[in-house]
Design a protein around this ligand. Structure first.
Ligand SMILES: [Zn+2]
Ligand SMILES: [Zn+2]
Length: 317
C-alpha cells in the first residue's frame, strides 16, 4: 500500500518549489473569490433559516437539499478525493467526468487545485509545508488551539503562498477530461446555485418556490457541505480516536463520518491513503466506499485498492 504519486511517509522539509507566490493583483482577486464563495452560502443559510421558520419546511426544498448534498458530496469524496487525489481505483472516462463535475459543484475550488492542495497535505501532514494543519500555530494555550483550528478550517484559503499544481498534480494537468472540467469551474459553480432554483420554479410554478429551492438546494446546501468538508481538516486533525499509528494528528470521528460519507475515518485514511475504504472497521459507515464497490460490481471500477488484514494489524496502535 503505497501512494505512487506522493508518499506520505517520505517526510522531507518543504521546498520553495512546492508553492508559488501569485502577484498582488492576482492574490487580491483570488481572495475576493474565496470571500464570495464562503460568504454567499453563509448568507443564503442565514436568510433561509428564518424564512423556513415562518413558512415551515417545504418537502421539495428538503429533497433538493438532500439530493444535491449527496451528489456534490460524493463528487468530492469519491471523485476529487479517493479517485483523483489518491488513485484508490480506476474508472471509465464518463464516470470520471461525472464525478469531477459533481465535485466542482460543491464549490470547494476547481478540481486540480483541490487535488494539489490535498496531495500537499498528505506529503507534509501536520508538519511545516502542510497547507492546512491546525498544529502549526506559534501562539500558546487556548489562543493557539483556536488559531490553529481556524487556520485549518478556513483561514488557509487566504494564505499568501499557493500550492504549485504543476508539481503536485501534473497527471491531472495532462488529462484532457479533467483539464476541461477544471477550466470550466465557474460554469459548474453557477449551475450548482441556479439549478436547484430552476427545478423549484419548474415544479412549484411560483417565484417563492424557486427562491426557497435556490436558498436551500443551492446556497444552504453548499454552506453545510463546505463546513463538513473543512471540519475534516480541522476537527479530524484534532479531536477523535487514533486506532492507527500515523506520523500526524489525524483522528477517526464517527459524527464527521456520518455527515461526510465516510471521510471522518480520517486516521484510518492517513494510515492507508490509497485504500478505497476509509471505514476499515466492521460497522464503520462509509457510503463513498459502498459506491466504489458498486461501481466495481458493475465493471465500471477496476484496480480497487484495499490493505490486507495483515497490513491493518501491523499499523494498529
Ligand atoms: Zn488529513
Ligand atoms: Zn486524502
Amino acid at each position: 500500500m503505497t501512494n505512487t504519486l506522493v508518499d506520505p511517509q517520505a517526510a522531507r522539509p518543504p521546498k520553495r518549489s512546492d508553492t508559488i507566490r501569485p502577484s498582488d493583483r492576482q492574490l487580491k482577486l483570488e481572495r475576493r473569490m474565496v470571500l464570495l464563495i464562503t460568504i454567499l452560502p453563509f448568507a443564503g443559510a442565514a436568510i433561509g433559516i428564518p424564512l423556513l421558520w415562518n413558512r415551515g419546511v417545504q418537502a421539495l426544498d428538503l429533497i433538493l437539499f438532500f439530493a444535491f448534498y449527496v451528489f456534490t458530496g460524493m463528487g468530492v469524496t469519491v471523485g476529487y478525493h479517493r479517485l483523483l487525489t489518491h488513485r484508490s481505483f480506476d474508472t471509465v472516462r464518463r464516470i470520471k467526468l461525472m464525478l469531477s463535475i459533481a465535485g466542482s459543484m460543491a464549490l470547494q475550488g476547481s478540481v486540480i487545485a483541490w487535488v494539489a492542495d490535498h496531495r500537499r497535505h498528505h506529503a507534509f501532514t501536520d508538519k511545516p509545508g502542510d497547507p492546512h494543519s491546525p498544529h502549526l500555530e506559534d501562539a500558546e494555550g487556548i489562543k493557539g488551539v483556536l488559531a490553529g483550528l481556524w487556520h485549518a478550517h478556513t483561514g488557509w484559503f487566504f494564505d499568501r503562498d499557493k500550492t504549485n499544481i504543476a508539481k503536485f498534480a501534473p497527471d491531472l494537468l495532462a488529462d484532457k477530461t479533467i483539464a476541461r472540467v477544471n477550466k470550466t469551474f465557474p460554469l459548474w459553480a453557477v449551475l450548482s446555485v441556479v439549478l436547484p432554483g430552476l427545478i423549484g420554479l419548474a415544479i412549484t410554478r411560483t417565484w417563492v418556490g424557486g427562491l426557497t429551492a435556490l436558498i436551500w438546494g443551492g446556497l444552504g446546501r453548499i454552506f453545510f457541505l463546505h463546513h463538513v468538508t473543512w471540519s475534516i481538516n480541522s476537527i479530524c486533525h484534532f479531536y477523535g480516536k487514533r486506532p492507527f499509528k500515523s506520523k500526524d494528528h489525524s483522528t477517526n470521528n464517527w459524527v464527521m463520518a456520518l455527515l461526510s460519507f465516510g471521510e471522518g475515518w480520517h486516521n484510518s485514511h492517513h494510515a492507508f491513503p490509497t485504500s478505497y475504504k476509509h471505514g476499515l472497521g466492521r460497522f464503520q459507515f462509509d457510503p463513498s466506499a459502498w459506491f466504489i464497490a458498486g461501481l466495481g460490481k458493475l465493471g465500471l471500477a477496476t484496480n480497487i485498492k484495499l490493505p490486507t488484514p495483515e497490513q491493518v494489524v501491523a499499523k494498529s496502535a
